[in-house]
Design a protein around this ligand. Structure first.
Ligand code: F6P
Length: 330
């Protein structure tokens, strides 16, 4: 069978690990893989090349995507959906593996409903794709942002400053919350919970009155402010920094982490997740489980009776064992 693979939307660390896994497992089972360039645009315009195990050697650790990416949705372009069907037919593609965030996968959903045989893989440093606990790239972004906030914290302490760190996250606060908690930030502003700057100023002033001389506030880029008279001109982080400085009187500095959060090599957990997702996607294609997305389930931290230990140690699951069998010589 011939499988087409594409990466769409914003890039993130771990995309190449997923591509590599797809190619290796497909080839090992006698299937052929072609890679479409620049996400859905490559499918619409018929731009692709054959992907082989030899070509994808050494990309596991590499950031970005060897297939390039674009924010492109076939249904937003005249004849785009028809062109997808044409490319799939002309290239003899039996199924597509679509690696993307919410936008790319929404397009995949529409196309699957229209009859394109495909399986999705969720990726985004925002970690906000519905239906999965984790997306490829998130763990790396959390690690990068956490390290950056740690650094901001020490310089803030030295200068007795209020430090504002703006992280990515237009619609959700996953990255802000997880990196902020991991770095011990003093306050975290996220899109899901509108920020009241008067309350935040009060909390910071109380903290400084009780002995602290510096604070770190992490602000997700999609944060909304409760005060409707304040308008974001530029980044929300700069508005928060300006307002907090004038209201509290504390010297304030802003750091916008930007695309540093999306670049560079994936951490081990993203390599592992991407590899597992890649293997599972090929399996789903072979099972003709189309119109689906690979996912990991369950997020909550809960309690469990200690009696669970009576069942003995928790072994690795069959799915993980099968990844090892397929991707190693053991
Ligand atoms: O969707 C991922 C993301 O990194 C968002 O967190 C961010 O708002 C956006 O992409 C930035 O997109 P671009 O690279 O197109 O400016």
């Amino acid at each position: 069978m011939k499988i087409g693979v594409l990466t769409g939307g914003g890039d993130c660390p771990g995309l190449n690990a997923a591509i590599r896994a797809v190619v290796r497992v497909a080839e090992a089972g006698g299937d052929e893989v072609i890679g479409f360039h620049h996400g859905w645009r490559g499918v619409v315009e018929g731009e692709s090349h054959r992907l082989t195990t030899a070509e994808t050697k050494g990309i596991l650790q590499a950031g970005g995507t060897i297939l390039r990416t674009a924010r492109f949705h076939p249904n937003e372009h005249e004849g785009g959906v028809k062109a997808v069907f044409t490319t799939v037919a002309q290239n003899g593609v039996d199924a597509l593996i679509v690696i993307g965030g919410d936008g790319t996968l929404q397009s995949a959903h529409r196309l699957a409903e229209a009859g394109v045989p495909l399986v999705g893989i969720p990726k985004t440093i925002d970690n906000d794709v519905a239906g999965t606990r984790r997306c490829i790239g998130f763990d790396t972004a959390v690690q990068t942002a956490t390290e950056a906030i740690d650094r901001v914290q020490t310089t803030g302490e030295s200068h007795d400053r209020l430090m504002i760190v703006e992280v990515m996250g237009r619609s959700t606060g996953w990255l802000a919350l997880c990196s902020g908690i991991a770095a011990g930030a003093d306050a975290i502003c996220i899109p899901e919970r509108p920020t009241n700057l008067s309350e935040l100023t009060g909390a910071i002033c109380r903290r400084h009155a009780s002995g602290s001389s510096s604070s770190v506030v992490v602000v997700a880029e999609g944060t909304h402010l409760e005060d409707a008279t304040l308008h974001v001109n530029g980044s929300v982080g700069s508005l928060v920094a300006k307002e907090l400085e004038s209201r509290s009187g504390f010297e304030t500095r802003l750091t916008v982490l930007g695309h540093i959060q999306r670049g560079g090599p994936p951490v081990a957990s993203d390599r592992l997740l991407a590899t597992r997702f890649g293997v599972a996607a090929v399996e789903a294609v072979r099972a003709k489980d189309f119109g689906t997305m690979i996912c990991v389930v369950e997020e909550a931290v809960e309690t469990t009776p200690l009696a669970v230990l009576e069942g003995g140690p928790r072994s690795v699951p069959p799915e993980l064992l099968s990844v090892v069998t397929r991707l190693t010589i053991s």
